[in-house]
Design a protein around this ligand. Structure first.
Ligand code: C5P
Length: 234
C-alpha cells in the first residue's frame, strides 16, 4: 500500500490517497479543539490512543454486522479505510443529558433521559454545526429519505451495541456522535469512535473519561484516554 497526496485535513485527522482508488489512509493527530475550535490545544499521544480505540470499536461493530469504512490499522497513527463520500450530517445519540443539550434545554448534567434522543447537525464549521431535522436534510438534499432511514436504524443499533460493550468495561456511554459515508451505493459508518466523539463516565465514580476533560480543563486528559484504551483492549 503506497501513501500518496493529502486530500483533506480536519481538526483531528488527515486523510491521504493511496495507490488504490477505493482506499485512503486516515491519520490521527494529537490536536484537540472544542467549542468549534474556539479552544485549541494538543493532547500528548491522543492520535495514537484514538486510532487504537477506534480500531477496537470498528472491529467490534463489524463483528456485530455493522458495515464500516474500517479496513485495518496500519501503524500507531494510521488506519486504512474505504474512500467514502461523507454525508454532511452528524448524528448524535444521547442517553443522559450533557453538553449542548443541557445548554439548549436548561437541563441538569447527568439527567437520565426517559428515552433515547437522536439529533442531526449540519456538518458546517462556519455555521457551528447547527442542529437540523429530517425536513432540513431532505429540503437541502443532504441525504435521501432512504439514506436517513438507514442512518437512523444503524445509529440506534450502534447505541444498543456500544452501551452494552462499554457497560461491560464499567463505562457508561452518555452520548456520542457518528458520521456516515456513501461507498459503492451503500451507507456505511465512517469517521472515528473515540473519547473525542463519545462521553464516557466511569460506573460508580462518575469520573469523566473523555474530551470534556479538555473542554473544561479538568486535567489528566492523557490518563483518561489511556484508561479507556486499556479497558477496550482487555
Ligand atoms: O457538544 P454536544 O453535547 O452536542 O456533543 C454531544 C456528543 O457528540 C459528545 O459526545 C461530543 O463529544 C460529540 N460531538 C462530536 N463532534 C461534534 C459535536 C459533538 O464528536 N462536532
Amino acid at each position: 500500500m503506497e501513501k500518496r497526496d493529502k486530500i483533506y485535513e480536519g481538526k483531528a485527522k488527515i486523510v491521504y490517497n493511496t495507490d488504490d482508488p477505493d482506499l485512503v489512509i486516515q491519520y490521527f493527530k494529537d490536536d484537540a479543539t472544542a467549542f468549534n475550535a474556539a479552544k485549541k490545544g494538543t493532547v500528548v499521544n491522543k492520535g495514537i490512543m484514538n486510532n487504537k480505540i477506534s480500531t477496537k470499536l470498528f472491529e467490534f461493530l463489524m463483528k456485530e454486522g455493522i458495515e464500516t469504512h474500517f479496513v485495518k490499522q496500519l501503524s500507531d497513527r494510521e488506519m486504512l479505510i474505504k474512500k467514502v463520500e461523507i454525508v454532511p450530517v452528524e448524528v448524535i445519540i444521547r442517553n443522559r443529558a450533557a453538553g449542548s443539550l443541557c445548554r439548549m434545554l436548561g437541563l441538569e448534567e447527568g439527567m437520565k433521559l426517559k428515552s433515547t434522543v437522536l439529533e442531526f447537525c449540519f456538518k458546517r464549521d462556519d455555521l457551528n454545526d447547527p442542529l437540523i431535522n429530517e425536513t432540513h436534510i431532505k429540503a437541502l438534499s443532504l441525504a435521501t429519505e432512504e439514506e436517513i432511514a438507514t442512518i437512523k436504524e444503524y445509529t440506534l443499533r450502534i447505541n444498543v451495541l456500544m452501551t452494552k460493550f462499554f457497560a461491560s468495561l464499567k463505562l457508561e456511554l452518555i452520548d456520542f456522535k457518528l458520521e456516515f459515508g456513501r461507498y459503492k451505493g451503500k451507507i456505511i459508518l465512517a469517521d472515528e469512535i473515540s473519547p473525542d466523539t463519545c462521553r464516557l463516565w466511569e460506573v460508580g465514580t462518575g469520573k469523566k473519561l473523555d474530551k470534556d476533560r479538555f473542554r473544561h480543563d479538568l486535567g489528566n486528559i492523557e490518563e483518561a484516554y489511556q484508561e479507556v484504551l486499556s479497558r477496550v483492549e482487555k
